[in-house]
Ligand binder design. Structure first.
Ligand code: ADP
Ligand code: MG
Length: 986
């Protein structure tokens, strides 16, 4: 146990797997954690000064699987091996940690997800204040800010330390070689760092060790990420050290080429990553345990040569989606315990390769804001959509391409097996096919236009877009490198049916290496000679059962059964005696044995050498392979978009002018709703009337969706055989920039909000969108906030969280942003909540005035339509059918009927007295609400008396109907009653 404690002290944060005989054992807390995670029995051992020591163990031959589960579970795992054979006379076997596996440095396919990146991130901070003083600075900033209107909402404790705060972030995926870095500065640096981490979802984060005396709680930056947090000494994050390390790693003299110049913190973070990777891979380098091969998950000291470049990027180069929004919109992960298929990613991911799936995920959380890039993708999608046959063939061909990105990394990490190389080869064979399909049969197209039997004009005219592929596709076809040299090398060198491991014989193809072939012949002949020798010796000795055999320990031997022992000739030397047989050898056999064994050794030696050389020379082409892999990934995603567009009737979005800049084409007719005349008329009728009154509309930032659908819910409903009801949307900068959406619970408000944001995101990643037509502005940020009680399932939401999230919007939204507020204010008492909701709308209106959709059950908010220009009411409609309420799911102009809840209660059979009392209370509330409106905005409060009097009339009519005895009425009396009732209602 002393030895255990010594080893554990060197790896205090790792689960220590301690080799004892045929088991890896874990002790103490490690054992408790592992037994839970692995579902293995926790036992104990009571040797430690009478104290029970918890322990559990896994058999060494099955360890890979267990270790994989621990690492995937987010733990660091240290493997401690026996370094010598236990034997008599040795009291304690020497043991050493030969490997440390961590979630962020894992590369083995058992450890990483096929369709996700496995990121290791590092965060470097500028002045490096002790975390205690940072918290103090935050508090001070928060209390100082309390005096101005926005600061008072900054309750999240996540406010930046000050304008000088600067943070560097770097991340790497060892399994793909992606290595990037960025920097955040200014007062929003902390916000933006958290957003970025929320998108990346790293498996492990490197941070400087806090300088405080006492360990602090989890820092805000990694809170809730589920990443393993690894603390390093702060000199590791020192910029000079980092530059030197990076220059060495990338084998360059200066880092200029990577865009890192002038970004010392990004450099520091990247340096920390390289430092850490080297440190972990150096553990146990060159050490081989003597007891079995040990886990094969990652070779110790595996090369990091493939990390040969880094890219600097700016977060602003993409539509900003903060972590809360990504979660609320369920872009890549379901929120709460929902169905995993209910995300935008899963709804859109029908990619054919893991590379494509990973790229799609990256695109979804980082939509473009460059119109040029978006249009280039959309052009490509449109082109592929129009070429049905080529598109489907592309899809099928992509399906036969294996993960080039990860295969390349396995080659450069020197862990590629012969079968990996064959997979690489067969994947490369598909590249020319892709190219041909992309470029299309240009030759055939040419011949289309040659005069033929068909003289029909329309047939001869080249259809638009068919002349040549979209420029993006053409570019991709240039990027696709079939790497003939690599392909040829593998084809020449690697056997068609190689062993699974590169260390076994039979990897190299015959004909590749002359000496190797010769030696193989020798071993083969050697075996024939031995077979002949066996025959001859049987005849010579007259022992018919004589055998010549081979085993690892004794080599070749002649075996003779005991009864025949007397017949053994004098030149046989005894090697071994068994119960019923004797084993011998003799001169000639010894001679042959030596020849064969040396030849076999030599064969293995040559094969291993050749294989290493081959792998090396493929590794030299890694950057070409990666470029090709990136092109395949993009092609896969574009083909995927085209297939979805075709099968799901998605439409190509058009971009209008927005606060971010001018779109490709100005919107015709100044962009009033009338300009949408070419839209399907009946479908937009309701939205059109919603826009009536927008005469002063300048048409900037027109945001218009005709018959929009929610891409995820539409599919879920389809699976149940139901139909999604499409809805329209109209927003602009002036006449209608903020919609208040009311309507009963379950009416479809939240769905409507989300579908708008999802359509915007889809458009800006270059996909067609679920709508009949969509004209969208470029959106710089999307914010989605959900009232606390809607979010309770997450078990972490409080009103405080809700408010700090709203504060984020007020701080960060710009006129080009899209803001979705769903039941904000719900987390507190009605009056508080209403007041806050009201103030938030006013602040948005008075401030950046982003386009906003606000779904609310605070009916009072509909008053804002009268008070603030640009605010409009819409509601989700319902219909009463007998005693049933039918949700029509249609979004219509105006606010919802506010007595609706009481009507539902009446239909449900609540006693008349209760209904009447409820109406009375409602009236009371309405009066105080009028007073509130009056106070907030003197003179502007409109009166809405029809509502209440309608309810009263309604009741008397119903009462009259209920009490009429139809059996006694004549037809004329019945008619008169009807007329009287109608009069009352009017
Ligand atoms: P609310 O936010 O008004 O309470 P939701 O948006 O959560 O309502 O919608 C409730 C349910 O109604 C959704 O889960 C969905 O199944 C269904 N739904 C919403 N909108 C539509 C629509 N346009 N067409 C069909 N079903 C819809
Ligand atoms: Mg809702």
């Amino acid at each position: 146990m002393q030895q255990y404690h010594a080893v554990k002290k060197q790896h205090p944060t790792a689960l220590l797997l301690f080799r004892l005989g045929d088991f890896y054992e874990l002790f103490y807390d490690d054992a408790v954690i592992a037994s839970k995670l692995l579902q293995i029995t926790l036992t104990s051992r009571n040797k430690e000064k009478g104290q029970q020591v918890p322990m559990c163990g896994v058999p060494y031959h099955a360890a890979d699987n267990y270790i994989a589960r621990l690492v995937r579970g987010g733990h660091r795992v240290a493997i401690c091996e026996q370094m010598e054979q236990p034997g008599p006379g040795k009291k304690i076997v020497r043991r050493e940690v030969i490997r440390v596996l961590t979630p962020g440095t894992a590369t083995a396919s058992t450890l990483v997800q096929e369709k996700e990146n496995n990121f290791l991130a590092a965060i470097a901070r500028s002045s490096g204040p002790a975390s205690g003083s940072r918290v103090k600075a935050q508090r001070m900033a928060a209390s100082a800010g309390a005096s101005h209107s926005q600061g008072s909402l900054e309750l999240g404790g996540s406010v930046a330390a000050g304008p000088s705060a600067s943070i560097g972030l770097a991340y790497v995926d060892l399994s793909t070689g992606e290595f990037r870095a960025t920097e955040f500065s200014g007062e929003k640096a902390e916000f933006r760092l958290r957003d970025e981490l929320g998108l990346l979802r790293p498996r492990e984060v490197l941070l400087a060790r806090p300088r405080t005396l006492f360990p602090t709680a989890a820092p805000p930056e990694t809170n809730g990420l589920g990443a393993l947090e690894t603390r390093l000494d702060d000199w590791v994050f020192e910029a000079n050290h980092a530059s030197r390390l990076l220059e060495e790693q990338f084998r360059v003299a200066v880092l200029d080429g990577f865009g890192l110049v002038g970004h010392p913190l990004a450099t520091a973070a990247a340096g920390a990553i390289v430092h850490y990777l080297r440190e972990t891979s150096a553990i146990g380098a060159g050490k081989e345990s003597t007891t079995g091969s040990g886990p094969a998950l990652r070779p110790s000291g595996a090369g990091l040569e493939h990390l040969d470049k880094i890219g600097y990027y700016e977060q602003q180069e993409a539509m900003a989606l903060d972590a809360v929004t990504v979660r609320n919109l369920e872009l890549v992960e379901p929120s709460g315990g929902d169905d995993a298929s209910a995300t935008l990613l899963s709804a859109l991911d029908e990619t054919a390769t893991g590379m494509g799936a990973r790229l799609l995920r990256r695109w979804i959380v980082r939509p473009e804001i460059s119109l040029q890039e978006i249009e280039a993708r959309l052009d490509a999608v449109a082109d592929l959509k129009s070429r049905t046959v080529a598109r489907e063939e592309l899809f099928a061909t992509l399906g036969n391409i294996l993960d080039l990105e990860r295969l390349t990394s396995r080659v450069t990490l020197a862990i590629a097996t012969p079968r990996d190389l064959l997979a690489l080869k067969s994947s490369l064979e598909k590249i020319p096919v892709l190219r041909k399909l992309i470029l299309g049969d240009s030759a055939a197209r040419g011949s289309d236009s040659t005069p033929g039997a068909n003289t029909d004009e329309s047939m001869r005219a080249p259809s638009p877009g068919a002349a040549s592929p979209a420029p993006r596709l053409e570019n991709l076809s240039h990027e696709l490198d079939e790497l003939r040299d690599v392909h040829a090398l593998i084809a020449r060198a690697i056997d068609d049916d190689p062993p699974a491991l590169a260390s076994d014989p039979g990897v190299i193809r015959r004909g590749f290496h002359a000496e190797l072939d010769e030696l193989r012949d020798i071993t083969k002949q050697g075996r024939q000679i031995i077979a002949a020798m066996e025959d001859r010796e049987r005849k010579r000795t007259g022992i018919a059962s004589l055998k010549i055999r081979y085993n690892q320990v004794f080599g070749y031997y002649i075996e003779v059964t005991k009864p025949n022992a007397a017949l053994v000739p004098a030149d046989y030397e005894r090697k071994q005696t068994l119960v019923n047989a004797e084993r011998f050898t003799f001169g000639e056999l010894k001679e042959h044995e030596r020849k064969i064994l040396t030849a076999e050794d030599r064969v293995l030696e040559i094969e291993r050498g050749l294989y290493a050389e081959i792998r090396e020379s493929i590794a030299h082409e890694a950057s070409r392979l990666r470029r090709t892999a990136a092109a395949v990934a993009q092609l896969d995603v574009l083909v995927n978009f085209a297939r979805l567009a075709a099968s799901r009737h998605y439409a190509r979005p058009e971009f209008t002018e927005s606060a971010m800049g001018v779109a490709s084409a100005p919107v015709a007719g100044s962009g009033t709703w009338a300009s949408a005349a070419q839209l399907p008329l009946d479908e937009i009728a309701s939205a059109r009337s919603a826009a009536v009154g927008g005469a002063d509309n300048r048409g900037r930032g027109v945001f218009m969706i005709a018959s929009g659908r929610h891409p995820v819910i539409e599919r879920l409903l389809e699976q149940r055989g139901e139909r999604f009801v499409p809805n329209d949307l109209y927003l602009d900068d002036e006449s209608q920039c903020l919609l208040i959406i009311t309507g009963p619970n379950m009416g479809g408000k939240s769905t409507y909000l989300r579908q708008v944001a999802l359509i915007s995101v889809m458009a800006q990643i270059g996909s067609f969108v679920p709508a009949a037509q969509a004209r969208l502005p470029l959106v710089d940020r999307v914010f989605t906030r959900i009232g606390a009680s809607d979010n309770l399932a997450r078990g972490r939401s409080t009103f405080l969280v809700e408010m700090s999230e709203v504060a984020g919007i007020l701080n960060m939204a710009t006129p080009a942003s899209l803001v979705l507020l769903d039941e904000v204010g719900r987390g507190t008492s009605t009056f508080d909540g209403l007041s806050i909701a009201w103030a938030v709308v006013e602040a948005l209106h008075a401030g950046a005035r982003p386009r906003t959709l606000f779904a609310t059950h605070y009916h009072e908010l509909t008053e804002l339509e009268q008070l603030l220009p640009g605010v409009r009411n819409v509601h989700v409609s319902v219909q009463e059918a007998g005693s049933e309420i039918v949700f029509l799911r249609r979004v219509e102009p105006g606010s919802a009927d506010k007595s609706y809840g009481i009507e539902v209660a009446r239909l449900a059979g609540l006693p008349q007295a209760v209904i009447a009392r409820a109406r009375e209370i409602l009236r009371h509330h309405e009066q105080s609400e009028e007073k509130l409106t009056e106070e907030l905005s003197p003179g502007a409060a409109p009166r809405a008396p029809e509502q209440t009097s309608f309810a009263a009339l309604d009741a008397s009519v119903l009462e009259a109907l209920r009490s009429a005895s139809l059996d006694e009425l004549t037809p004329l009396e019945a008619l008169n009653l009807l007329a009287a009732l109608q009069r009352q209602l009017k």
